[in-house]
Design a protein around this ligand. Structure first.
Ligand SMILES: *Cc1c(COP(=O)(O)O)cnc(C)c1O
Length: 397
């Protein structure tokens, strides 16, 4: 296990002197689990290459440790949301192709080309901008065309996509590396929209092919489609949440044996008896139903633990569930342990496994009226990160 303090990763937590012992709240990331998940997904991809989607700080796990470990595992391709994420990866020594999935902001085009990054072209105008900038720099820009088959986020609508592709193909200083689209809904049970999207995308590919235009990389499958729609795998797939070890929906079991890589743990910092009827926390939203014991944890919504879980969430202590009581504060929260007595320093699990019990990101998400994605990437930078597993130390930074 290693602390991240010695790395220049702005998401890794506060930078502190070596050997400084941080507060006992930490995000634990098991990079061996990430590597295991990649291996399972590769098998499921059945020959298609894997573009590891590492946006939002690798779904909260820490961009550089995850990216470097996956490089160690020989991952083919990376995808992130924004330029800045990819630039950090290049500075950490990652040389594989990286596609920036998000829309291109014109003034950043030069940096995309400088850093050898794959650009998403979502309109002919953007493609022309890219071509002009590449020409100015005396370089060739690597481009993937984004086709909108229903998401209505970015991309050229399927109806105009063949003309778009042919026009981009004529632009100088552009290397057409790929073409892609994204599913609105592919986790089921209703697959009609996904089927329609896939048909639109396939029609675009056929139309291009008739005009003699083919692409090295064709990709459409997120985790859901990777599991559910074999025809959507083409020659590259784009899993994100499944690399983190979670299925893309609350009650899905893809039978893959994915392993959640993230755990969130802390320790009891204060422990005391509480009399029946005593109010706890801001606004006294909870009163003790009986005499018992109350644990205070040094963690709150300022760390990314959703405040909506006040009087709704649970934690694990010695493999047993206990309720979070009263309003969660910015930096602290209280847990009622009933008649069970613990000492200060007792480990507490907020996310992850403890003995036979497990609190997963989908459980937290369901209780908090959100999705596991938001739970995973919602931990704030002040939470120290601890990494387990080898192969992630950066070469240069
Ligand atoms: C986030 C994202 C993915 C990954 O989705 P998961 O559901 O996490 O597998 C794939 N492609 C695009 C364009 C995305 O934005």
């Amino acid at each position: 296990m290693a602390l991240m303090n010695d790395m220049h990763d702005p998401h890794a937590g506060y930078r502190l002197p070596a050997l400084f012992r941080q507060r006992p709240t930490y995000l634990h990331v098991d990079l061996d689990a990430t590597a295991h998940n990649l291996a399972q997904l590769r098998e499921r991809a059945a020959g298609a290459q894997v573009m590891a989607i590492l946006k939002a700080n690798a779904y909260g796990h820490g961009l550089l440790p995850v990216a470097l470990r996956l490089a160690h595992e020989g991952v083919d391709f990376y995808g992130v949301a924004f330029l800045e994420e990819a630039v950090q990866m290049r500075h950490a020594g990652i040389e594989s192709p990286i596609l920036i999935l998000g829309g291109l902001v014109g003034y950043q085009t030069k940096h995309f080309i400088d850093y050898h990054l794959d650009i998403t072209a979502s309109s002919l105008y953007k493609a022309q901008q890219i071509s002009e900038e590449a020409s100015r720099l005396g370089r060739t820009a690597r481009v993937h065309l984004k086709i909108d088959t229903g998401m209505n986020r970015i991309g050229v609508r399927a109806s105009g996509a063949v003309d778009f592709a042919l026009s981009v193909a004529k632009l100088p200083h552009i290397e057409l590396v790929g073409i892609f689209s994204h599913f609105v809904r592919a986790q089921g049970p209703d697959m009609s929209l996904a089927d329609e999207q896939l048909e639109q995308f396939t029609d675009v590919l056929d139309g291009c092919k008739k005009q003699g235009l083919e692409f090295p990389y064709v990709h459409m499958a997120n985790s859901s489609a990777l599991f559910n729609i074999p025809d959507a795998r083409f020659n590259m797939v784009r899993p994100g949440i499944s690399l983190a070890g979670y299925p893309p929906g609350a009650h899905l079991d893809n039978g893959l044996g994915l392993r959640p890589a993230m755990a969130m743990r802390t320790e009891i910092v204060y422990f005391k008896g509480i009399r029946k009827g005593t109010g706890v926390g801001y606004m006294h939203t909870w009163n003790a139903p009986e005499d018992g014991w109350l644990a205070t944890l040094p963690m709150g919504y300022g760390d990314g633990y959703p405040r909506i879980l006040s009087n709704r969430g649970e934690v694990l202590i010695r493999g047993k569930r206990y309720p979070i009581v009263g309003n969660i504060s910015m930096d602290q929260m209280m847990v009622f342990t009933g008649q069970d007595q613990f000492a200060v320093g007792e480990p507490v699990t907020l996310l992850g496994r403890d003995g036979d019990e497990f609190i997963g990101a989908w459980e937290l998400a369901t209780r908090a009226d959100t999705i596991a994605y938001e739970i995973l990437c919602g931990w704030t930078p002040r939470v120290p990160r601890i990494y387990e597993g080898e192969g992630w130390k950066p070469t240069t930074i």
